[in-house]
Every structure is written in C-alpha cells, then in structure tokens.
Design a protein. Sequence first.
Length: 397
Amino acid sequence: MGVSLPRKDLFKLPRGVIYLDGNSLGVLPKGAAARAARVIEAEWGQQLIRAWNDAGWMDLPRVVGDRIAALIGAPEGSVATGDTLSIKVYQALAAALKMRPDRRVILSDSGNFPTDLYMAQGLIGTIDKGYELRTPAPEDAADAISEDVAVVMLTHVDYRSGRMHDMKAITEKAHAAGAVMIWDLAHSAGAVPVDMAGSNAEFAVGCTYKYLNGGPGAPAFIYARPDIIEDVAPALAGWLGHAAPFAMEPGYRPAMATERLRVGTPPILQLAVLQEALTVWDGVDMDEVRAASIALSERFVLEVSSRCPDLTLASPADPLRRGSQVSFAFKEGYAAMQALIARGVIGDFRAPDIMRFGFTPLYLDEADVIHAAEILQEVIRTEAYLDPAYQARSRVT
C-alpha cells in the first residue's frame, strides 16, 4: 500500500484557496524554495563553475529523468529532461519521420494541443518534401491510421475536455500499419497511471509544471524506447547531446543513449526545483492516485450537475474515459471563472466556452470539491459573472 492521500502538509497552499488548476500549474512543494536558495547560494555562489562536477549539475537531467520514468512506467535511462515541451515534440517528430523515410503523412487529431500541431506544421515547412498533416476528429483518429502514415502523434489526455485515448490499442493499430507512435503526456504524467514500456510506443513527451509541480517553465521530458535509441538521429544536434561534449569535435557524434536527446545547457535551477518537487511522490502509488482522482471528480460532477443546471458537462461522463480533470461548457464561462477565482476557487478557462477543473489528490480532498461546487452555485445563481470586472479578458485565461 502507498501513503495516505492527500499530502497537504507537503505543499504551500494559500489560505482560503481551493486550487482546481493543477492541470495547468501545480502547487509549490514546501521544499522547492529552499532547494532553489541552496543551488543559488551554496552551489553557484560558493562553488561557481566547479558545481558542474562537485554539485552534480551535469548529471541532473539524467537523475531527474529517472524519477519521471518511474511515474510513466518507463525504465531507467529512457527519459531525458530539459528544454521545453515544444522542442521535445519537434525532436520526437523529426526522429520519427526519419525512421519512415518512404512515408509522408503525420496523423494527429483536431483536438490536439495547438503547439503540437504548430510544431508539426513548422517541421513540414522546414523539410519541404511533400509531407502532410492530417487531423481527423479525436474519435476518428484510430480509424484514420492507414499504411501511408509515417507517424501518429496524439495527446493522451485532451487538454480541453479531459477525454483520454486508449494508449495501448492505438499504439497497436499504429504499429500494425507500420507507423511510429508518439504520445504527449502533458496531462497524463502524475495524473493517471501510464505504462510506456507496456504500450511499446516509440516516443513520449511531456511537461513537468502541471501535475508534477515543477513550477512555471519547468523542464520538459522526452522518452525514447530503449531498443530504438541508437537509431534515433536528433534533428537538433546540440552540444550536450554529443557523445563527448568536452572533446570539442567539429562534427556531431550522438551519445549512445537517451542523452543524445539533450540539446543545450541544462536549466540547473529549474531542474533542481523539479527534483525536489518530485520527492512528494515518494511512496505514492499511481493506482491509488487514480482511484482518489476518480472519486473527487465524480463527486464534483454530481454536485455541479445538481446545483448548476445551466452548465453542461463537456468531459466524458465515464470517469474511465477521462483524465484527472472535468470540464463544463457555459456561455459565460470566462466571466464565471473569474468570479469563481475572486471567491477563492481557482480553475481556468479554454475557448470558446470551457470551464476547466483539475483534480490533484496529493492536495485536494472531498470537502474541497464540495465547497468549490457550493461557491460555483452561488456565482451562477446570483449571476455574479455579469459584473464588468469579470468580463475583461486577461492575456492568460
């Protein structure tokens, strides 16, 4: 058995706030600030450049990658960390296309997160060899896998609705058609059990500032299946992906393992904070996290559906078909969310009308979600969202 949930004592939760936005930015773990201060003052401040060796800075991308690997069902040494999720999408996609040089189709879906599609479009424009990006509706993606598809690139849990693809079934279908499989785990890592090794997918990418609580701008990660890594030709052949960076060779020679997917100098401050943040997962069983998440989200759906009939459930009703978030559609969704935030319940909004609520059992309990539904009912019943203060759009929604 794992540890009991929630583990609120490990997080710095603001007083009077019910935080339902861990699917966008996780809560600050209590040890993170002290770890950042130690890196700045004791390591950078005192050891200076010696810290690359003496404080283990050069090893941090691998050490942190192994911690993430344990949360996504991947073996040690198969996850590299650093850079941004967009960069990792580009790396995985470019490598996958090189593995199927006779095919010209990238298959995703129309509900995929925009950056994944933008990176695919940009790569196609850069290569300029007749590649095509196909984006059927999410529910049609599996049936659209054909033998002219080079790569299937899907986000496991949809960022708007929380709808969850069947990872194993789709990967098997992609492989049966001869395609390479890439999964985006941005809304999966730390939210739902993931078995990358069992799925047999070639690649996965993800971010760490959501359910993994790594902080704003925390480093992304990329998984490559161990048996293919020596065949992966990095499109972004960075200095630290070289087999011997300090040999200063004029030509690129890729490292023999997942390290070849490193690009530039690792962001040490952010990696150190992420490493500290990952300690909150010590002893935690992802199956227990999933069970708690379903219980919390189901209670929230029940409460909101009975209290706020003007809101329409935009997530799958079956909790086994969604990740660790619930979305409701409401024509005044943006303003209603701002009114809710002003009352201490923090979720977020996605265009055109989606109010999103994330459920993170590490720091949420049943009382939190019931009280959040009560406050949402008050906002809707009193039409508090009509206040002009809640109508003005901010840059970040």
